[in-house]
Design a protein around this ligand. Structure first.
Ligand code: UN1
Length: 502
């Protein structure tokens, strides 16, 4: 697997339709987390200079793109979605190689971008505004959507194509131009995605890619005066910094941040279904989803049986290179992630939780070249333990006992995050009560906390975000400004709030 220099491709920034190296002359290596001998590509380590060029290009491209009729913009999106469909398998393989998650999941990630393209291409012929009666006679009132201008996008590595698509597709159909910073660990998938858009006909300057480190690229991007909005997905700590910076310069800012997603399983639940859901929710993507099931809150009648079976099944999961179709769980994305997750496992043990399965780095055979962690189950976790409160972002799940649905919901809500949540029960009354009472942006009934579809709003409450949603038509509210329009055809001055009162 180890590549020689001659086989390794170097990728440049994409600015104004041109491929441009970073003036720093510095680069970053993108290595395969399943086998760090494998270099996926060399990417530019850019800085403020490249950000400025990219933002200026996007700013120049804005007028012409925003004046292109939305249905025409949508045709380009639709074409990009069909190019992604044709190239899906190769792009999924590239994604597994750079990010680690198994092939069926990277196919799903690519499919999510395709779905997103279909959805927002449809918006090109809708993007509804509203008309409403005026309070004055012979006066017409309406509200339309206007693009913002240049939007900066700062992307995470766990959904290397789906999440950039949640940002780029709605921004583009609405007529904005974009500067996108891929995650350092997964830039190739953003290149693949943008290459489909460019092949489909997105004009020069409308999308620009600048790669590099967070502070060096993301910092200048969020501070640039020509950038009108920043869309960020990542950690709550970085989100706070971005939110503060955007507030100072009055930029619109969308933050999708952490989660500590609970699955509540009541005594009456279909246990087989809940176990399948728990394994998928906790260990899919090696637990590296903002929506991962990281707490399983079990009613006391089924607690022991459920934990024993979860432990048994988690030990059967096969770890390995995600390109092998027989593998269930791939590596975590990087050395830093490996260290964070292993340190949380130590915290769990020290705080008195029972390590019931996993808990170690997995280094058997070829896995010694990658960042593999055994699927880990902690039992006898209490709600205030750090492993029950803090986002771990790895294959680690905490089992907590609860007395009743009300108790389970109280435990579920008692964290700083509120992204996804789930309840397993056969009782429809309790299901609806939980839908109302779970303090989260997403609630699943009889399904795990993962599996959001692109045409519904995605996002969370409390420290998971700042109230915006990605996916669905709601995301157009982020990528457009409302303009209220009044047309007075009375031919005389009519004063609102005054003349209609006389
Ligand atoms: C994330 O959790 O980081 O809902 C994104 C899902 C995917 C997207 C998840 N469609 O699991």
């Amino acid at each position: 697997m180890s590549g020689t220099t001659s086989e390794i491709k170097t990728y440049l920034n994409f600015i104004d339709g041109q491929w441009i190296p970073a003036t720093s002359g510095k680069t970053c290596e993108n290595r395969n987390p399943a086998d760090t001998r494998d270099v996926v590509g060399i990417f530019q380590r850019s800085g403020a200079h490249e950000v400025n060029r990219a933002v200026e290009a996007a700013h120049r491209a804005f007028r012409s793109w925003s004046l292109t009729p939305a249905p025409r913009r949508a045709e380009i999106l639709l074409k990009a979605a069909s190019i992604l469909e044709q190239k899906k398998e190769g792009f999924a393989r590239d994604m597994t190689r750079e990010m680690g998650k198994v092939l069926k999941e990277t196919r799903g990630d690519t499919q999510e971008a395709i779905d997103c393209g279909h959805f927002f291409a449809g918006e090109g012929r809708r993007m509804y505004g509203l008309t409403t009666p005026s309070e004055l006679p012979n006066k017409f009132a309406m509200a339309t959507r206007q693009p913002l201008g240049v939007v900066g996008m700062i992307c995470p590595w766990n959904f290397p194509m789906a999440i950039p698509s949640w940002k780029l597709f709605p921004a583009l159909v609405a007529g904005n131009t974009c500067v996108i910073k891929p995650a350092e660990d997964t830039p190739l998938s953003v290149y693949n995605f943008v290459s489909a858009l460019v092949e489909a006909g997105v004009p020069n300057g409308v999308i620009n890619i600048v790669t590099g480190h967070g502070g060096e690229v993301g910092g200048p991007l969020m501070e640039h005066p020509l950038v009108r909005a920043i869309s960020f997905t990542g950690s709550t700590d970085v989100g706070r910094i971005i939110g503060e910076s955007c507030a100072r310069s009055f930029k619109r800012c969308s933050l999708e941040l952490g989660g500590k997603n609970p699955m509540i399983v009541l005594d009456d639940a279909n246990l087989e279904l809940a176990l399948d859901g728990a394994l998928w929710g906790a260990f899919g993507t090696a637990g590296q989803r903002c929506t991962a099931t990281s707490r399983i809150i079990l009613q006391k009648g089924i607690y022991k049986k459920f934990v024993d079976e979860l432990v048994r099944r988690s030990k059967l999961l096969k770890l390995g290179n995600g390109l092998d179709e027989k593998v269930d769980v791939g590596p975590v994305v990087s050395q830093a992630q490996l260290e964070t997750v292993l340190s949380y496992i130590e915290v769990g043990k020290k705080d008195g939780a029972r390590l019931a399965a996993g808990g170690h780095r997995h280094e058997a055979g070829d896995c010694k070249h990658g960042y593999f962690i055994e699927p880990t189950v902690f039992a006898e976790v209490t709600p205030k333990m750090r492993i029950a409160q803090e986002e771990i972002f790895g294959p680690v799940v905490s089992c907590i006992e609860c007395a009743s649905l009300e108790d389970g919901i109280a435990i579920a809500n008692d964290v700083k995050y509120g992204l996804s949540s789930s309840l397993y029960t056969k009782d429809v009354n309790r299901a609806f009560a939980a839908i109302r009472d779970l303090d989260a942006g997403i609630t699943y009934i009889n399904a795990p906390t993962i599996g959001a579809e692109v045409h519904l709003p995605f996002g969370g409450v409390k420290q998971t975000g700042n109230g915006h949603r990605e996916g669905g038509i709601g995301s157009l509210d982020f990528y457009t400004e409302w303009k209220a329009v009044y047309v007075d055809y009375s031919d005389h001055l009519q004063r609102a709030q005054i003349d209609n009162r006389e």
